[in-house]
Design a protein around this ligand. Structure first.
Ligand code: 6R9
Length: 647
């Protein structure tokens, strides 16, 4: 395979924190003596009581336990806010860019301190204590960050639910996390359209056993909402009653910081639990090195705080480093398709971190909408969420970055807390489509189906064989599920669920999920979740969902649906099913294609053979493989004949 290699630009070699030799030396040291390496790195945050133990992690079957810096105490909110006050009180912490380009504001570290303290005092006045879970269902406004840091300040555990999720999804996450309180806004605003967040919380309340105890409502649009006496309070009214000081609670390194629900192969989304000390050390360090952060940089990650990328690289990593982080409420195409580039010019953004799906959709509009902007401030580009195809990479590099900006293609997961495989600007030569090399302390391995570790150039499943401080600690309330999902497939290794190839230069190329998770526009969706939403519809008897290649989204959702006896397939029913799934889970789960099929390919023991359904959805009829174990091979001919065309 011919591949282009991009050298480190000369301007970068001079100013970057790292070069290739330094990377190699530090990497070797991090693997040889992790205790020493992380013992030093842990000092990048402030501790109330210093740790004496660094790492205490075991992946042993039945005994998985992960602890870092366990006897130290600290507070995340203190590290992201208070400790910067002496030197940065007047420096901008957050640049907020509203959905409407006429709306933006800057929040200094001094103001951030007051806002976070007020929010914490409001939470406390409304009954929140250390260890309580708090659900946050918010648009991309500064109050979302204040709320996160306020929880951290009190030692409460936040669980953010993405604003695009349905009332059902909100309800099941509130119930699973046993949150007594929800923070929301009257409405969100995206692309000129409002999203009825408060109304969704009202609808969710009816579905939560015992109901929601308390709802704090931030006023964003001033839209009409109904407030329920005794349950709902306005944030601005509560905030007017409290002081702008609130002492941070002393937390143990392994006390929980947040829960974030993510989709897996089976069952309901799981609550990924991250803790205090190790997580903060890891996100601060990766933010510094991966984005080659220097004081004065204007840094923009376009994610939503509802996803892990927003947690680690809009809020915690940048703020721990005293950076200026840009928070964007809107979408890339509103009011025009030049919006991203206009915002870069408006705020003189130096580092821009986005998702391949956004790049592919903007690519479709050609170069002109980019070229009409200057982008002179840009120095570094980043990508996250899914494999970036080399065409999109090249376009991003050539058109957006005018060949002077390196691209960091960062591979990681909700579970990993921070970036694990990535180029480091200044140190790493780039190959379009490759996440390149492991970050410090990360030991990736490629294994075959039997778990044999493959050496040299190889392709197989990606596992990580040592612990790193940002790693998730458990599935909330279900440690057994944690062990079974991540540590049972390949004993003594963390299984990522991703396929991967390592080339002769030791570069890693992520090939996508190898389990029943599909990645739609960088968002994870379990096929089982979409299937259970479909079969809940009265006309549906059975459903099987797979991913298929989609030009913009990366993967689209392809659903095979068997109807109840007597139900007739129709376009109207197809539309109804799409709307039904949107309503059950949220718009990101909408099936792109629905094929009505009288039967699904099953083994004689009744197991659906997804491999075959995947191949049909991918248009690879010649590669169906062995179909001899099928109970009724004729089903396959019907499926091929009636396959849905790609849009
Ligand atoms: C951070 C985030 C995780 C899954 C992961 C993988 C895919 C993320 C990627 C990538 C190729 C990259 N993924 N970054 N694949 N190259 N640079 O996205 O977390 O939402 O949990 O998704 O996303 O398949 O396993 P999350």
């Amino acid at each position: 395979m011919s591949e282009t290699i991009y050298d480190v630009p000369a301007a970068w070699a001079k100013k970057a924190h790292l070069n290739d030799a330094k990377y190699k030396k530090m990497y070797a040291a991090s693997i040889k003596d992790p205790d020493k390496f992380w013992g030093e790195q842990g000092k990048r945050i402030d501790w109330f009581k210093p740790y004496t133990k660094v790492r205490n992690a075991s992946y042993k079957p039945g005994k998985v336990s992960i602890k870092w810096f366990e006897d130290g105490t600290t507070n995340v909110s203190y590290n992201c806010v208070d400790r910067h006050l002496a030197t940065r009180a007047k420096q901008t912490a957050i640049i907020w860019e509203g959905d409407d380009p006429s709306e933006s504001k800057k929040i200094t570290y001094g103001q951030l301190y007051t806002e976070v303290c007020k929010f914490a005092n409001v939470l406390r006045a409304n009954g929140v204590k250390k260890g309580d879970r708090v659900t946050i269902y918010m648009p991309m406004i500064p109050e979302a960050t204040y709320a996160m840091l306020a929880c951290a300040r009190l030692g409460a555990v936040h669980s953010i639910v993405f604003g695009g999720f349905s009332p059902d999804s909100v309800a099941s996450r509130i119930e699973d996390s046993d949150s007594k309180i929800v923070i929301t806004a009257d409405e969100g605003l995206r692309g000129g359209r409002s999203i009825a967040l408060k109304k969704n919380v009202d609808l969710a309340d009816a579905k939560v056993k015992g109901g929601i105890g308390k709802v704090i409502v931030v006023k964003r649009t001033g839209g009409n909402v109904s407030m329920q006496e005794g349950r709902d309070v306005w944030y601005h009214e509560e905030a007017a009653k409290v002081s702008g000081h609130c002492p941070p609670v002393e937390m143990k390194a392994e006390d929980p910081l947040f829960l974030l629900y993510t989709s897996g192969s089976t069952g309901k989304p799981k609550g990924v639990l991250h803790t205090t000390g190790g997580y903060l050390v890891y996100v601060a360090m990766t933010h510094q090195y991966v984005f080659d952060y220097h004081d004065g940089d204007i840094y923009w990650c376009t994610a939503d705080v509802g996803w892990v990328t927003g947690h680690s690289y809009i809020v915690y990593g940048p703020l721990a480093n005293g950076a200026t982080t840009l928070m964007f409420e809107g979408i890339p195409t509103y009011p025009t398709i030049s919006r991203f580039w206009d915002v870069i010019d408006k705020h003189k953004v130096n580092t821009f971190y986005t998702a391949p799906t956004a790049i592919r959709s903007l690519m479709g509009a050609g170069e002109e909408p980019v070229k009409r902007t200057k982008r002179k401030s840009l120095r570094l580009l980043g990508s996250v969420g899914e494999p970036i195809n080399p065409e999109a990479w090249e376009w991003y590099h050539r058109v957006v970055g005018e060949r002077r900006c390196p691209i960091v293609d960062t591979w990681w997961q909700t579970e990993t807390g921070g970036i694990l495989i990535t180029p480091l600007p200044g140190a790493t030569k780039l190959k379009p489509g490759s996440a390149t090399r492991p970050f410090f302390g990360v030991k990736p391995e490629i294994v075959d189906a039997e778990g044999k570790v493959l050496e040299g150039a190889a392709e197989g499943n990606l596992v990580i064989s040592e612990s790193w401080p940002g790693q998730m600690r458990t599935v909330y309330g279900d440690h057994k599920r944690f062990e079974e999902t991540y540590f049972a497939t390949y004993p003594n290794k963390y299984f990522t669920g991703d396929g991967c190839r390592r080339d002769a230069d030791g570069y890693y190329w992520i090939t996508g999920r190898v389990d029943d998770v599909i990645n739609v526009s960088g968002h994870r969706m379990g096929t089982a979740e979409v299937e259970s939403a479909l079969v809940a519809h009265p006309s549906v008897s059975e459903a099987a969902v797979v991913g298929y290649p989609h030009d913009i989204k990366g993967q689209g959702i392809y659903a095979y649906v068997t109807l109840m006896t007597g139900e007739k397939p129709s376009d109207a029913l197809r539309k109804e099913l799409v709307a039904y799934v949107r309503n059950e889970i949220g718009p990101i789960a909408s099936p792109d294609l629905i094929q009505f099929s009288p039967g699904l390919p099953k083994t004689r023991s009744g197991k659906i053979m997804r491999r075959i359904l995947r191949k049909i959805a991918e248009d690879e009829f010649s590669a169906l493989g062995d179909t001899s174990t099928l109970a009724d091979p004729a089903v396959v001919d019907d499926l091929i004949e009636n396959r849905q065309n790609k849009r």
